[in-house]
Design a protein around this ligand. Structure first.
Ligand SMILES: [Zn+2]
Length: 271
C-alpha cells in the first residue's frame, strides 16, 4: 500500500514538472515570433568575433541583418569570389543594402589587410565572408600541409580584420582531388549557376546568365573583380527582387533549406 502511495506521489510530481515544462515551452515559443527567424537573436550579434559553429554563425548572420526571410518563398545565393576589391565590392554592397538583400563574399586572405575597411563593412552589414584560400593557389597542386596553411591563414585574416570566423570555403578554380577533400576541414561551397563573368567581362552577358535562369536554392558564381560584374549586379538585384526572389547568404540558404553543411563535403546548390 505504501509503495502504491509513493508511486502515485512520484507520478503526480512528474506530471506537474512536465506541465510546467510544456507551459514554459509555449511561452518561449510565443516570445519568439516566426518573423524573428527560427532561432531568434542570440548573444552572437553583439559578439561577432566569437568562435562559433557553422549553425550558430548562420543564426548570427540572421540576427545581424534582422531581415524577414520567408522560408516559403524562393531564395538564391549570389556569391562573389577573389575579393576584396573595394571599387567593385562597395558597389555590390550598395545595391544589396538599398534593397535589403545580402550575398556572400569568398575572400582571398592575402588581399584583406590592404582593404580592411571594405571587409569590415561586409561584416558590419550582415554579408557573409567566407574562405577562398590565402593566396588563391590551386589546392589540387598542393600537399596536405600547404592546403591546411592556405585555409588557416585566410581564416586568420578574416578573423583579424572582420572580427568574424568564416564557416564556409570555396576552392580556387573549384579544383579538387582526394588530398584537398581530406584537408580542407570546412564545408566546400561550389556553384550550380556559372556566369562566366571573369571570361566575358561583359555586363549584358553576366545579366543574361542570371535573369530567367535562376531557381529557388541556386548558388550563383561571380567575381568581385570586374566593373562589368558590379554593373550587372546593380541591374539584376532589383529585377530578382521584383521577380520575388530573396537574395540570401550561402549560410542563410543552407539554414532555410534545412541543411547543416558538413566539413569536407561539397555543395553545389541547396535546391
Ligand atoms: Zn577564385
Amino acid at each position: 500500500m505504501k509503495s502504491k502511495i509513493r508511486s502515485i506521489i512520484v507520478l503526480t510530481a512528474v506530471f506537474v514538472m512536465l506541465s510546467a515544462a510544456a507551459a514554459y515551452a509555449m511561452v518561449d515559443a510565443k516570445s519568439h515570433p516566426s518573423s524573428d527567424a527560427p532561432y531568434g537573436a542570440g548573444p552572437f550579434a553583439e559578439n561577432p568575433g566569437e568562435t562559433v559553429s557553422a549553425q550558430v554563425a548562420a543564426q548570427a548572420a540572421t540576427a545581424v541583418t534582422g531581415r524577414n526571410i520567408d522560408p516559403s518563398k524562393p531564395m538564391i545565393a549570389l556569391t562573389y569570389d577573389d575579393g576584396p576589391q573595394t571599387s567593385v565590392g562597395n558597389r555590390i554592397m550598395d545595391v544589396m543594402l538599398k534593397y535589403d538583400q545580402r550575398c556572400t563574399f569568398f575572400l582571398v586572405g592575402d588581399r584583406i589587410p590592404s582593404r580592411a575597411e571594405e571587409v569590415k563593412r561586409m561584416a558590419d552589414n550582415g554579408f557573409e565572408i567566407a574562405n577562398h584560400s590565402y593566396s588563391h593557389k590551386y589546392l589540387n597542386k598542393c600537399d596536405a600541409a600547404t592546403i591546411r596553411d592556405e585555409i588557416a591563414k585566410c581564416n586568420e585574416n578574416i578573423k583579424k580584420y572582420a572580427g568574424v570566423t568564416p564557416v564556409l570555403m570555396r576552392l580556387p578554380g573549384g579544383n579538387k582531388n582526394d588530398t584537398v577533400l581530406a584537408n580542407v576541414n570546412m564545408p566546400i561551397i561550389l556553384w550550380n549557376v556559372d556566369t562566366l563573368d571573369w571570361s566575358t567581362r561583359n555586363t549584358q552577358k553576366t545579366i543574361d546568365a542570371v535573369l530567367g535562369k535562376v531557381k529557388d536554392g541556386d548558388i550563383v558564381l561571380m567575381h568581385e573583380l570586374y566593373t562589368s560584374t558590379a554593373e550587372a549586379t546593380e541591374y539584376i538585384v532589383p529585377k530578382l527582387v521584383e521577380q520575388g526572389f530573396q537574395l540570401v547568404t550561402v549560410s542563410e540558404l543552407a539554414q532555410y533549406k534545412g541543411v547543416v553543411p558538413q566539413n569536407n563535403k561539397i555543395y553545389y546548390s541547396f535546391r
